[in-house]
Design a binder for this molecule. Structure first.
Ligand code: CU
Ligand code: ZN
Length: 200
């Protein structure tokens, strides 16, 4: 049963728009343009509100080496097509290093505490593997002689969701060597040289 005195918001908006339109028909083209702009602005604001309610807040990881010294920060921002990782790193050895999301948010040197790669869908390791890949697998980073590197990478398999922020959390890990993109379970990347718990 309908309640004419208490129409649903959408009906109310439509009715107001119709009433305003008929009222302003007498006022000519300029006024109608203004109403159109106002209605568009209102619907855009509603859409923005519902997106904000579902979007995850940005997260970050303070990276440290095995001596407990800071080697930079990685920020993680969830976007419609994945999570953007923005790494600002320093004091790292030059060369190619594996760069992963690991399944446990604990960074006790030598960082075995961070567990294996983040792998909520039970895949094998490697962006080059037909049976891959782990959601935590990402391309190698290449640190120049300065030891400092700023990069952004989009991980299309990663979400800042309940699977990542489960009971034991998650971490960003950098390895001594490069990921070969194939060897299960960790890409034969050698020891872990830096680690940061992902927090928000
Ligand atoms: Cu790793
Ligand atoms: Zn992996």
């Amino acid at each position: 049963m309908k309640h004419p005195d208490h129409p649903a918001p959408r009906q109310s908006l439509a009715r107001h728009f119709t009433e305003a339109l008929s009222f302003h028909k007498r006022r000519g083209r300029e006024r109608m343009k203004l109403i159109g702009v106002a209605v568009l602005a209102a619907s855009t604001a509603l859409a923005a509100t519902s997106r904000t309610a579902h979007a995850a807040e940005p997260a970050s990881a303070a990276m440290m080496n095995t001596a407990g010294e800071s080697v930079g920060t990685v920020t993680l921002t969830e976007l419609p097509h994945g999570t953007l990782l923005h790494a600002r790193l320093q004091h790292l050895p030059a060369g190619a290093h594996a760069f992963h999301v690991h399944a446990v948010g604990q960074c006790e040197p030598p960082f075995k505490s961070a567990g294996g790669h983040f792998n909520p869908t039970g895949k094998k390791h490697g962006i080059a593997s037909a049976e891959g890949m782990h959601a935590g697998d990402m391309p190698n980073i290449h640190v120049p002689d300065s030891g400092a590197l700023e990069i952004e990478v989009l991980n299309t398999h990663l979400r800042l969701d309940a699977a990542l922020f489960d009971g034991d959390g998650a971490a960003i890990v950098i390895h001594e060597g490069p990921d070969d993109y194939l060897s299960d379970p960790a890409g034969a990347a050698g020891p872990r040289i830096a680690c940061g718990v992902i927090t928000r």
